[in-house]
Design a protein around this ligand. Structure first.
Ligand SMILES: *[C@@H]1O[C@H](CO)[C@@H](O)[C@H](O)[C@H]1NC(C)=O
Ligand SMILES: *[C@@H]1O[C@H](CO)[C@@H](O)[C@H](O)[C@H]1NC(C)=O
Ligand SMILES: *[C@@H]1O[C@H](CO)[C@@H](O)[C@H](O)[C@H]1NC(C)=O
Ligand SMILES: *[C@@H]1O[C@H](CO)[C@@H](O)[C@H](O)[C@H]1NC(C)=O
Ligand SMILES: *[C@@H]1O[C@H](CO)[C@@H](O)[C@H](O)[C@H]1NC(C)=O
Ligand SMILES: *[C@@H]1O[C@H](CO)[C@@H](O)[C@H](O)[C@H]1NC(C)=O
Ligand SMILES: *[C@@H]1O[C@H](CO)[C@@H](O)[C@H](O)[C@H]1NC(C)=O
Length: 596
């Protein structure tokens, strides 16, 4: 018996090492994220893909409210890297946000350790590499924050968790896609949609070639699963549905919603949703899980469809027949608005704390500043293809914003981002918002382009109070939801329409406001909100000091202690033995759990 115990302990140690995870009871967790290239063929064409710990998608980071999270990111790519965790609020520490306005990049061959607390948060999020279109090659994984055991969610504990990462995909890697954009070409129709890094099940022999490996989600009949769905793609909104099954929406990006059932839901780029799904259908059959392109010409975009299989444990029959249809609303523009606005906060539910989510009565707070932020179709500026916000295409600073402030670097950026669209020639520079600390601001996001877009704000959640077609006017405010608007961090803005959000700027730092659509972001559709407490703060409460391990670059490069690369970039095959070991991990864990 003693022998077994020892070997079990050894096993656990090995698993921790292999997975790079260790966790202690005081609510701290440490992950090693080893970012490298692998060769994979998700759509049947071999290509370079970005893996995390050898896996594509990367491992799930699964933590609990208030945990201290330490993430040691190792850059084995042959270019700069930063990991970002959108929607996970870095309270008072934009130093950990992992975008170029807040952090110097981790150079090839080096590692850097992020440290932050997931303070007062629950919910489903995902992480990804934020630079240079890298997300188009992978590097993403789920980031789940579980509720504390003393705070009950507004539903019964599910029987299990399922993570589903959906996203459009090209057979060209991020460097090739980047080269297209740099030479003034748009990306065009994607080659497909991946579900958990895999291509479509062969539901149609004409559309799907032989030999593509697809995702299978194994379930037991009668059980209810919590299904976390993330659109990690480049620029395509996807309609998500499971054949014959009802999706009960319970949470989005950190907040519980009033429960609503859907047969399908549009998930925009960068958005995350959690559903409860009960396996209540004929258990002798498998079912399709579908993610198909929305708001595009269906006949031209037919191949941009992801299909996975929901496999009931005793099922003998393959999923069959045509795929379930997406909503047929081509001529009903109001359907999508109504669907979006129907997603509301469950104001009486406990959130991360044991008090109701709706206890912040945002509808009665006076707005201090109004910003109208408009996006236009792509343009050429100085011979380059660019995307803009209020006529400005953003150039990343060489020196991160708050670091430049601390060392009084001159002209690292300009605090001149206009609060209204400008009637002047287009510009290209590092223009950021001079926002007011503890201001309660209204931002009207206007989409003057012809494609749907999503916008994301780091460091905050915002209330999505209104959305409509046509011009926004002050009268539009009468349509705002002032009571139970959803509180989230990524919202869609339809073409020819606006979306209004309210946000309380109580988190000091420099926070990225951007298009979640990757090509748009790469081409400059972003800015930052610089939010600084003007009062002296000797106790470092409004903003923590720069971390000890801060990286220096740009004008502050001279402060950076030289670091020797500890490894070089490598490319390995995705079918290595280590992959097999990782695949078997759940089996080992179950085995150990049974023994202990
Ligand atoms: C790099 O990783 C090593 C361990 O793998 C760690 O000791 C070191 O602190 C890390 N460096 C940084 C800058 O995070
Ligand atoms: C996260 O961990 C909890 C246990 O703390 C587990 O119940 C849950 O299924 C895990 N979620 C995922 C997505 O792995
Ligand atoms: C979709 O594309 C096809 C093929 O180019 C074209 O014939 C059709 O008119 C388009 N449909 C719409 C609604 O634009
Ligand atoms: C924009 O500026 C041009 C001249 O620079 C002027 O002719 C035009 O009327 C202005 N448009 C608006 C909407 O102010
Ligand atoms: C930023 O705003 C503050 C007031 O909120 C003002 O005092 C300051 O001059 C502004 N800075 C710039 C560069 O406009
Ligand atoms: C863009 O703005 C112009 C001028 O306000 C307007 O005429 C046009 O309809 C808008 N287009 C879209 C797609 O919003
Ligand atoms: C606040 O941060 C500064 C460094 O920026 C440090 O010198 C000082 O000791 C900190 N004060 C407290 C109370 O932690």
């Amino acid at each position: 018996m003693a022998l077994i115990r020892t070997s079990v302990a050894l096993f656990i140690l090995q698993i921790c090492l292999a997975f790079g995870v260790s966790s202690s009871e005081d609510g701290a967790v440490t992950f090693d994220l080893d970012v490298s290239y692998i060769i994979a063929s998700p759509l049947g064409v071999p290509q370079q893909v970005i893996a995390v710990n050898g896996m594509f998608p990367g491992p799930v980071i699964n933590v609990t409210t208030n945990y201290d999270v330490t993430l040691n990111v190792h850059n084995r790519l042959n270019e700069n890297l930063l990991m970002t965790w959108p929607g996970v609020h870095m309270r008072h520490t934009s130093w950990q946000d992992g975008v170029l306005g807040t952090n110097c990049p981790i150079q090839s061959g080096l590692n850097w350790t992020y440290n932050f607390q997931v303070k007062d948060q629950i919910g489903s999020f995902f992480y990804f590499p934020s630079l240079n279109l890298q997300r188009a090659s992978g590097g993403f994984g789920a980031f789940i924050i579980m509720h504390r055991s003393v705070v009950n969610p507004p539903f019964r504990d599910p029987d299990g968790d399922v993570v589903v990462m959906i996203g459009d995909w090209y057979n060209r890697d991020h460097k090739a896609l980047r080269a297209d954009l740099d030479s003034g070409k748009v990306l065009g129709v994607p080659d497909g949609v991946l579900i958990n890094g895999k291509g479509p099940y062969r539901y149609n022999p004409t559309l799907v070639p032989k030999g593509i490996s697809y995702e299978t989600i194994n379930v037991d009949p009668g059980r209810t699963y919590r299904v976390h769905v993330h659109n990690v793609g480049i620029s395509t909104c996807l309609n998500f549905r499971i054949q014959n099954h009802v999706l009960l929406l319970v949470e989005t990006e950190g907040f519980y919603v009033t429960k609503r059932t859907f047969t399908s839901l549009d998930i925009h780029v960068g958005q995350s949703y959690t559903f409860l799904v009960t396996m209540d259908q004929n258990a002798r059959s498998d079912y399709y899980i579908v993610a198909s392109a929305r708001f595009v010409n269906q006949s031209l975009w037919q191949r941009v469809t992801g299909v996975a299989i929901l496999h009931y444990s005793k099922s003998k029959q393959k999923a069959a027949g045509p795929l379930p249809d997406p909503p047929n609303v081509a001529f009903d523009k109001s359907f999508v608005l109504n669907q979006a606005l129907s997603i509301r906060q469950d104001v009486s539910a406990n959130g991360a704390r044991p008090n109701p989510q709706g206890s912040f009565h945002y509808g009665s707070i006076k707005v201090t500043d109004v910003y109208i932020i408009k996006t236009m179709p792509l343009v050429m500026i100085n011979g380059k293809l660019r995307a803009t916000l209020n006529g400005i295409s953003f150039i990343n600073p060489d020196t991160p914003i708050r670091l430049a402030d601390k060392f009084r670097v001159k002209e690292a950026y300009k605090l001149d981002f206009p609060s209204r669209p400008q009637n002047r020639s287009l510009q290209m520079h590092t223009s950021i918002v001079n926002a007011t600390y503890k201001g309660f601001v209204e931002i009207i996001l206007v989409n003057n382009d012809t494609a749907v877009q999503s916008f994301h704000l780091d460091g905050y959640s915002f209330f999505v109070v209104g959305m409509a077609y046509g011009e926004w006017t002050p009268n539009s405010r009468s349509s705002y939801n002032k009571y139970d608007a959803i509180f989230r961090s990524t919202t869609q803005v339809f073409p020819g329409a606006w979306t209004a959000i309210l946000v309380y700027l109580d988190n000091a730092g420099a926070w990225n406001l951007r298009a979640a659509n990757l090509d748009r972001w790469y081409l400059g559709q972003e800015t930052y909100m610089r939010i600084v407490n003007p009062e002296p703060d000797p106790r470092n409460k409004t903003e923590v000091p720069t971390p000890d391990n801060v990286l220096y670059c740009g004008a502050l490069n001279y402060l950076q202690k030289p670091r020797k690369p500890s490894f070089t970039s490598t490319i390995s095959s995705s079918n290595g033995g280590s992959k097999l070991f990782l695949l078997l991990l759940p089996v080992f864990s179950a085995f150990i759990a049974a023994l202990l």
